[in-house]
Design a protein. Structure first.
Length: 100
């Protein structure tokens, strides 16, 4: 498990997966920070903090304002990586937290 790994989830709210945001130095904590991913076009989007990224063959929206912590034991269905979009996600997180 590493930062920007993507895991499938069963979410009645519509998220299809989550992306792991937590840095490698902190992955041994009892919980990890994740943001839900929604299919592109299916969720209200504020582009500055909800970037649209590609995972595999599809596009998803990262809903950073819904970031939460979960037990890493729940992340058992690896679905790929968002490493190619790491800087986009980091920039959006910076905007969400710092306001610019």
């Amino acid at each position: 498990m590493k930062q920007f790994d993507v895991f499938d989830v069963d979410d009645p709210g519509g998220a299809v997966a989550v992306v792991l945001l937590q840095g490698a130095l902190y992955l041994d904590l009892p919980s990890v920070l994740v943001a839900p991913l929604y299919p592109a076009g299916s969720a209200l989007q504020y582009p500055v903090i909800n970037p649209e990224i590609r995972i595999g063959q599809g596009s998803v929206i990262v809903k950073l304002e819904q970031t939460t912590s979960v037990s890493p034991l729940l992340l058992d269905r690896y679905a790929g990586t968002a490493e190619d979009s790491a800087q986009i996600i980091k920039d959006a997180l910076d905007r969400l937290i710092c306001g610019y």
